[in-house]
Design a protein around this ligand. Structure first.
Ligand SMILES: Nc1ncnc2c1ncn2[C@@H]1O[C@H](COP(=O)(O)OP(=O)(O)O)[C@@H](O)[C@H]1O
Ligand SMILES: [Mg+2]
Length: 453
């Protein structure tokens, strides 16, 4: 195998020797100052000499610096070394390909250096597949896409937080599909769904004879995910004993099958998800603090759907398109009154619940559109109690229009019910022009006939 050349940029004069002793298989050179000129001169000396630059985070390198280094260094990979937990976020920001924590663990350092050295720069750019499209509007989804793009280009561990149904798994898949690992497996392990006693076997596998039923060697899901991504869903439910083993995987990509007497190595990118408050689990002793730091290097927080009602219409149309094909029903859209009910509802089950409700409505819909009567959602409260909070992150005009629509639907529904669907009578009682009332009822697709006596 080719010897990897490593340039250590660190302002501790002993750093190079220390690292060289940890990387006996590499050719290690040192550079004291993070001054761009010095570093670049060293990086380009004798052609393109370095495979990996190990850069000290405390020197506060910038994205421009890293870009220059990569360009001038002919595709040199930058590995950020850091004392703190915030290192991974910085790595992603500045475009470093990976991060390694100090104090160094020899196996981990060697592994990350070799992996960085063998990374193919050209494979990084890839667009998500169509089925993975994350629907949303406004600033949060733009930021989410930016953060996904940043982290997909690296092997950093990602921790996704959010209530059930907010899209955690979809985000994890999107990261995998946008990463250089996209052709390798994406393996999902739900730590809450697998009985505690079986989880270790599922993840790590066993050797023959490890326990009574172990009649042959069996690889676990970690091996199944080799060169790909392992998605650990509900990580907060992982038993403490397994947490220690997972920590080891994260530190050195090493693990041991049950009953084995030798370690094995894997190359997996780990993405975790949870709807629990990990800080609290750490405080109560149910989750290891060191593991928490390891997985929390690049957190992504997905907001609940009720905090972004502006996404509801888009998602409804997205799922109408999805199920139109599956159900083979020519449903072209949704009436405004029916949509208004979706927008007004709080969706405790988030996008998953919305998806189910759209599906249900399409199953029962008889016409070419989803109408009010097709929608099975708890009745919205009155116009004033329908939504408790006002979302000031969105344009006034939009929010106001939604409030008006919801009010109009509620008012007209009650009005028509009181007058048994009789328009003339209802208009008189409400002090409205009959034609205006008629056009509003039409606009909201309110079915007058259901109020007839
Ligand atoms: N922003 C989104 N755009 C499109 N579909 C979404 C979005 N968020 C969630 N979904 C869909 O909602 C369902 C639940 O999402 P999932 O990722 O399983 O949630 P979680 O893992 O957080 O429980 C899936 O069918 C997913 O495709
Ligand atoms: Mg899930």
């Amino acid at each position: 195998m080719r010897v990897s050349k490593v340039l250590v940029v660190d302002d501790r004069s002993t750093a190079r020797e220390g690292i060289a002793s940890l990387l006996p298989a590499c050719d290690v050179a040192g550079c004291l100052r993070a001054d761009a000129n010095t570093t670049l001169r060293m990086a380009i000396a004798n052609g393109a000499p370095f495979d990996v630059v190990l850069l000290d985070a405390s020197l506060a390198p910038t994205a421009a610096f890293v870009r220059e280094l990569v360009t001038v260094g002919g595709g040199v990979r930058v590995l950020l070394s850091t004392d703190g937990e915030e290192g991974a976020a910085l790595a992603v920001q500045i475009g470093a390909s990976d991060v390694v924590a100090r104090p160094f663990v020899a196996a981990e350092l060697a592994f990350r250096v070799e992996r960085a050295a063998s990374q193919d720069l050209r494979a990084d750019k890839r667009r998500p597949r169509k089925s993975d499209v994350l629907i949303g509007t406004g600033a949060w989804i733009k930021e989410l896409y930016d953060r996904i793009a940043m982290v997909a280009a690296t092997d950093a561990t990602v921790a996704i937080f959010g209530e059930s149904g907010t899209g955690k798994e979809l985000v994890a898949r999107t990261i995998h599909n946008s990463s250089r690992r996209h052709d390798a497996p994406f393996v999902v392990v739900n730590c809450a769904a697998i009985p505690e006693a079986l989880l270790e076997d599922e993840l790590f596998g066993h050797v023959r004879g490890a326990f009574t039923d172990a009649t042959r060697d069996r690889d676990g899901l970690l091996v199944a995910a080799h060169t790909g991504t392992l998605f650990l869903d509900e990580i907060g439910e992982m038993p403490l004993a397994l947490q220690a083993k997972l920590l080891r995987v994260l530190q050195s990509q090493e693990f041991r099958r049950i009953g084995d007497d030798a370690d094995r190595q894997v190359d997996v990118r780990i993405i975790t998800a949870t709807n629990r408050d990990l800080d609290q689990l750490v405080a109560s002793g149910a989750f290891r603090q060191d593991l928490f730091y390891r997985i929390n290097v690049f957190p992504l927080h997905l907001p609940p759907l009720r905090a972004r009602p502006e996404d509801v219409p888009l998602l409804v149309h997205h799922f109408i398109n999805k199920y139109r094909v599956r159900l083979g029903k020519a449903i072209g859209g949704i009436a405004p009154a029916a949509l208004a009910r979706f927008v007004a509802y709080e969706f405790p089950g988030n996008v998953r619940e919305l998806e189910n409700k759209v599906h249900q409505a399409m199953v029962v819909a008889a016409g070419p559109m989803i109408v009010d009567a097709d929608v099975q959602l708890p009745a919205p409260g009155s116009a004033t109690s329908g939504r408790s909070r006002v979302d000031i992150s969105r344009p006034f005009r939009e929010v106001k229009q939604e409030a008006i629509d919801a009010f109009e639907v509620a008012y007209l529904t009650d009005l028509l019910r009181a007058h048994h669907g009789n328009l003339a009578q209802a208009a008189r009682a409400a002090g409205m022009d009959r034609k205006n009332l008629w056009s509003l009822v039409e606009r909201h697709a309110i079915d007058r006939t259901k109020f007839k006596k």
